[in-house]
Ligand binder design. Structure first.
Ligand code: ADP
Length: 582
């Protein structure tokens, strides 16, 4: 293989077109191909779920099967393979773990994904593939960097491999009873004792990925910064701050082949840049199909999403009647929390001509909505990257978004002074700010000259994978030392900064916190239990006792009152008091 070209194993719990519940599947289904186009040898590995369509199972070839041990369990491990769009895809086969009614909603999911993570590592010498980088994704593969540090990196076959862990959504962390650390993952006790895989007294797969990967990425630069704050950090912001030097944001792309208005067979009328009238024909088609009033001049707002709190549905609920009063039509496709499903179903009865509510998952209908809508609403509370605004751009649909995460990085607010911009946006998570932004978008929709310019502009944007794949390539090269080599060869030694990362043996969190806290102490009257728990000598149990003492008795008036907290004797007090202030 050419220099600078790497062997990459991309590990995910879902990948389009085999199995999809969300944006992760889009990424795992398209980034590997983009990396192959960059010249790398990339392979993808996912579990072989029952739900994978037969047409793919029929194409799989058996690569190998053997027995392995998951802690004390003797288990079967099969590896099957097919090649899809030039990407070799491995499927981890074990009927006990993956032949299930549900993909993620199983009582023993900690065991399913511990098995998956370990199976990926176990299969490598057997299939004869030695990657330069293993790229794991989200909590389901969080155990992989941990297992790697615990007992694989020490073996010669694995020693040069680097691990990358990408966070697609920090909200979903995989939290389980701590017993599983030994009983299922079979890792040495110090990983738990150090706090590296523990959060709020539970085993946390996301934290394991964060603490043990050589590098962590997330799917936009804004989200990479946001998750280091307590508002967006989902309780793990302290862990992300500890790893801040090894954390970066790389924006997702979308497949420009799959989402192509010129070739997509799901569309009523295919169209190219500049063919605004054909876009309107798609709107008329979807209005007819959904039983809405058919009127090419009415602005149509699309909303395709999981119906969960993250997506800003509280805002939509609060001002729904006012949104309908703008004269726009609203088309919803999604499934999720019952309260939202019920709300929209009830509203449909009030607005039969202007509201269409579709509580289902339907990829074909989604394409038709993207193509037929004038605007696409995403008022998310947080949004790691968001793919829907990028898909909307591709189909000339103007996003109306809250400025957070990837939405902030991709949608430029329309500026009527300069005429610049690619969408409409608002900053605060506030229903009336959203409403005003929708009203503003509708008012510009009625100025055809301006609107058509916007439509043409967004259709010319490039959010294909190409740029992002180059950034991942750069990261892989840096991690595997190529960049240093290149600089050394050029004789440019001054620029070489070789970072050595030592993830496991020392309880890293403690070491760093100690350093930080030397200059800044933690206040016992203000700190939350999670912050206190990170201090050496405190830990979860004492932290919780300190906080509950404070809740019951009010603020500490002097530090030595800590000795009144159950279990804190003189010795313990002396040890921890220097880290604390009132
Ligand atoms: P998330 O990963 O948080 O769900 P993203 O915007 O990153 O959100 O990705 C969501 C993807 O799933 C998009 O491709 C979107 O079009 C698709 N999608 C969401 N809900 C549905 C649905 N009900 N039917 C079809 N596609 C959907």
């Amino acid at each position: 293989m050419k220099k600078g070209k790497k062997k990459i194993l991309f590990v995910a719990s879902e990948a389009d077109p085999f199995i999809k519940t969300g944006g992760l599947a889009d990424v795992a289904g398209s980034l590997p191909q983009a990396l192959i186009e960059e010249g790398h040898d990339v392979r993808l590995v996912i579990p072989q779920y029952r739900q994978i369509p037969k047409k793919y199972k029929d194409r799989m070839e058996s690569v190998c099967h053997f027995r392995t041990k998951l802690a004390w369990r003797d288990t079967y491990l099969g590896v099957n393979k097919l090649v899809e769009d030039g990407v070799p895809v491995y499927f981890i086969d074990n009927q006990y773990y993956f032949d299930r009614d549900s993909i993620y909603e199983n009582e023993d999911k900690h065991e399913q994904f511990a098995f998956f993570s370990q199976a990926v590592l176990d299969m490598l010498p057997v299939i004869g593939f030695k990657p330069d980088v293993i790229h794991a994704n989200d909590w389901q593969t969080g155990p992989l960097p941990l297992l790697f540090a615990d007992r694989y990196r020490q073996q010669s076959y694995y020693q040069d491999i680097k691990t990358v862990f990408t966070i697609h959504n920090l909200r979903y962390q995989g939290q389980f009873d701590g017993h599983a650390a030994g009983d299922v993952l079979g890792v040495a006790p110090h990983h738990w004792a150090s706090g590296n895989i523990r959060h709020n007294g539970l085993l946390n797969y996301m934290k394991a990925g964060i603490m043990y990967a050589d590098h962590i990425t997330t799917v936009s630069e804004s989200y990479a910064n946001e998750i280091q704050t307590s508002y967006f950090g989902e309780g793990l912001d302290y862990a992300l701050r500890l790893r801040a030097d090894d954390l970066s944001g790389i924006l997702n792309g979308i497949s420009y082949d799959k989402f192509d208005p010129e070739t997509n067979k799901n569309l009523a009328v295919r169209f190219s840049k500049g063919e605004v009238d054909k876009k309107i024909a798609n709107k008329v088609h979807i209005q007819q199909k959904m039983g809405l009033e058919v009127n090419g001049d009415k602005p149509l707002i699309g909303f395709i999403s999981r119906l969960v709190e993250q997506k800003g549905l509280d805002l939509v609920k609060t001002v729904f009647d006012e949104i309908m009063a703008t004269g726009a039509q609203f088309l919803i496709l999604g499934t999720g929390q019952r309260e939202y499903e019920e709300f929209f179903k009830a509203k449909q009865r009030e607005y039969p001509d202007n509201l269409s509510v579709n509580i289902k998952y339907d990829a074909q209908l989604a394409d038709q909505i993207y193509a037929g809508s004038d605007m696409f609403l995403m008022p998310s509370r947080f949004e790691p990257c968001g793919l829907s605004q990028l898909i909307s751009f591709r189909y000339g649909t103007i996003p109306v978004v809250r400025e957070t995460g990837g939405l902030n990085d991709t949608v430029v607010a329309y500026n009527e002074e300069t005429g610049e911009g690619t969408g409409f946006s608002f900053a605060n998570y506030n229903a009336h700010d959203m409403l005003h932004t929708i009203e503003r978008a509708v008012s510009f929709y009625n100025k055809k000259g301006i609107w058509n310019k916007l439509v043409n502009r967004v259709m010319n944007l490039d959010y294909s994978w190409h740029n992002s794949a180059q950034k991942y390539s750069e990261l892989y090269r840096q991690l595997t030392g190529d960049e240093e080599q290149r600089l050394l060869q050029k004789g440019d030694e001054s620029k070489v900064q070789i970072k050595v990362y030592e993830p496991d043996l020392k309880p890293k969190s403690d070491v760093k916190v100690k350093k930080n806290k030397a200059s800044k102490k933690i206040s016992i009257n203000q700190a939350e239990a999670v912050e206190l728990a990170e201090l050496p000598g405190i830990g979860d149990a004492y932290a919780e006792r300190i906080v509950s003492y404070r809740e019951q008795n009010g603020d500490f008036t002097k530090k030595s009152d800590l000795t009144k907290v159950k279990g804190i004797g003189k010795k313990k007090y002396q040890k921890i008091s220097k880290l604390l202030t009132l």
